[in-house]
Design a protein around this ligand. Structure first.
Ligand code: GLC
Ligand code: CA
Length: 556
């Protein structure tokens, strides 16, 4: 049964990468007190939910996604008292707090793994996945961050499995004790009063215990086989029955290697698993499609983007979509889907805000995007911090490949693009810290920062606030149906949002060129109610959309 209270459908999620948001004690790393000091800013945006990337004890091989104690706070981020204060202050402001749940793997420095790796007879050995030497070498499986997902452990004479780095051994969900431990840990946080979890890599938790060779024909990319392990949905259903349904909380899964075809199984309410799941569609469209036509002025396929969002909207069935264009694993959405050259930066940032905030589904907004933050364009390997980039670089050097070419692509796709410090003001280090931060500040911070944008009523920041308020004031934009029109237009993304009382038409030019737009809506009396150019006009029979113009029309 669907919970009556589905507040998360009407909410907007604001994602904070704690390491990069605000440093409070001058060590160059963001922390919980820093976040507390910025809660009034977050509140001023009009959003409802804050999602924090992992804040638990961690040796930080993968910035907190390698957890050594699920019930302690990362030293650099503060203490449990700081956390309790943060939660209280979030709630005082009428906001909610969602944490990251990372249970596909632990750190190799977690006490469970430290025990497990001692001997095959250790009670914790079966908390993880192993391949004993007697069985010869395991069949090849790649890791996301390294070449092989198997790492040899001499003391047990066996390999352990790690889908991510060798410091992130995968937990064995087949073992009921592991599942019980995880459920208890989730209750610990829910009993503190947190409002939900974003579940890291959740489709990967279920493994085929025999680890047979992967069928390449069925799974050409390997990774999609990881997301289709046996019992996955049994585990999620069990987690729901044992934990989630006892609390008024929200859940969103990271749909690693999941396509729209799979999403309903996770989110249809009668299945009692998760509330929402997001996939990697945006990355696939941007990195793997070519423009629809050489002169569309869109550097990727807008047709593919439209198909992707429309397919997910339908595929959730009577579940609910999660929509986003960027996060801590993706480059800045503006550099990727908009246009970060000076002439188009502001207008395309506003167009993308209009897009995300008029879609059906809960929008996930990554901190800094409301300022129009862009990729920093790091040119040297020394500037990068992400182990994914650093490991691939080493591998390329080892194979005597071209590091120059690699660095060129990292400028576009490295995860560090999204991880540069939040730009608060024009002082040294952007008001983020009093010392050189753990990762370089984007040099454009002197112009692009909160303090500057607060002063300008037409800034990207103030447009974002306006769009948030507009969405909240118009129920059809939240709950209404989504209907794509002009599906084959390679420059314009247009759709209706409608419920029984209101009807909106949203028209977005994703191109750097102006274009004609004739929505072909006979007999509809429409008025323009919002636009990203300050002088947007009333709709005629045919209408011109300027570069990156966004218009919202309402039926009279
Ligand atoms: C998810 C996280 C990513 C992390 C990985 C391993 O994809 O979003 O940042 O590196 O899982 O936990
Ligand atoms: Ca700090």
């Amino acid at each position: 049964m669907e919970k009556q209270n589905d507040w998360w459908k009407e909410a907007i999620v604001y994602q904070v990468y704690p390491r990069s948001f605000q440093d409070s004690n001058g060590d160059g790393t963001g922390d919980l007190q820093g976040i507390i000091s910025r809660l009034d800013y977050i509140r001023s945006l009009g959003i409802d939910i804050i999602w924090l990337n992992p804040i638990y004890a961690s040796p930080n091989d993968d910035n907190g996604y390698d957890i050594s104690d699920y019930r302690a706070i990362m030293k650099e981020f503060g203490t449990m008292e700081d956390f309790d204060e943060l939660l209280k202050e979030v709630h005082v402001r009428g906001l909610k707090l969602v944490l990251d749940l990372v249970v596909n793997h632990t750190s190799d420095e977690h006490p469970w793994f430290k025990e497990a790796r001692k001997s095959r007879n250790n009670p914790y050995y079966n908390y993880y996945h192993w391949w004993p030497v007697e069985k010869e070498h395991p069949a090849y499986r790649p890791s996301y961050f390294e070449k092989s997902a198997w790492q040899y452990n001499p003391r047990t004479r066996s390999w352990y499995l790690h889908y991510f780095s060798r410091k992130q051994p995968d937990l064995n969900w087949e073992n009921p004790e592991v599942r019980r431990e995880i459920y208890k840990m989730m209750e610990y946080w829910f009993d503190k009063g947190i409002d939900g979890f974003r579940m890291d890599s959740i489709p990967l938790i279920a493994k085929e215990p025999e680890f047979p060779p992967i069928e390449r024909r069925k799974y050409p990319d390997f990774f999609s086989s990881y997301a289709h392990g046996p019992h996955l949905h049994d585990y999620l259903h069990e987690m729901n029955r044992e934990v989630l349904r006892k609390y008024d909380v929200m859940t969103v899964g990271e749909g690693s290697a999941i396509t729209y075809k799979d999403v309903a199984k996770f989110v249809e309410p009668e299945r009692e698993e998760l509330n929402m799941l997001y996939g990697f569609g945006p990355a696939e469209v941007r990195n793997y499609t070519t423009p629809d036509s050489p002169d569309s002025g869109v550097p990727y396929s807008l047709l593919a983007l439209k198909r992707m969002f429309s397919a997910w909207d339908r595929a959730v069935g009577n579940g609910w979509p999660a929509v986003y264009l960027g996060n801590h694993d993706q480059p800045r959405m503006l550099s990727r889907f908009g246009n970060d050259v000076p002439a188009f930066r502001e207008i395309s940032a506003k167009m993308l805000a209009t897009f995300l905030l008029t879609l059906r589904g809960t929008p996930y907004w990554f901190a800094g995007d409301e300022l129009g933050m862009v990729n920093p364009g790091f040119g040297h390997i020394e500037e990068y911090r992400d182990l994914a980039t650093l490991n691939q670089y080493k591998e390329i050097k080892r194979k005597k490949g071209s590091p120059e070419r690699f660095l060129e692509t990292q400028k576009q796709i490295s995860r560090d693009n999204a991880r540069t410090p939040m730009q608060w003001d024009s002082s040294l280090y952007a008001g983020f810290s009093s010392v050189q931060p753990w990762i370089r500040v984007n040099p454009d911070y002197r112009e692009w920062n909160v303090a500057e944008e607060e002063k300008n009523p037409d800034s990207v920041l103030n447009y974002f606030r306006k769009m948030v308020a507009f969405r909240k004031a118009n129920r059809a934009l939240v709950r209404g149906n989504y209907t794509l029109i002009e599906a084959n237009n390679p420059q314009v993304y247009a759709y209706w949002r409608e419920d029984d009382r209101q009807k909106f038409l949203i028209a977005l030019n994703f191109s750097q060129y102006a274009t004609e737009f004739s929505p072909g809506i006979d007999g509809e009396e429409l008025e323009t109610v919002l636009g990203n150019y300050t002088d947007y006009r009333v709709l005629g029979k045919t209408n011109r959309l300027r570069p990156y113009e966004a218009l919202i029309f309402k039926r009279r």
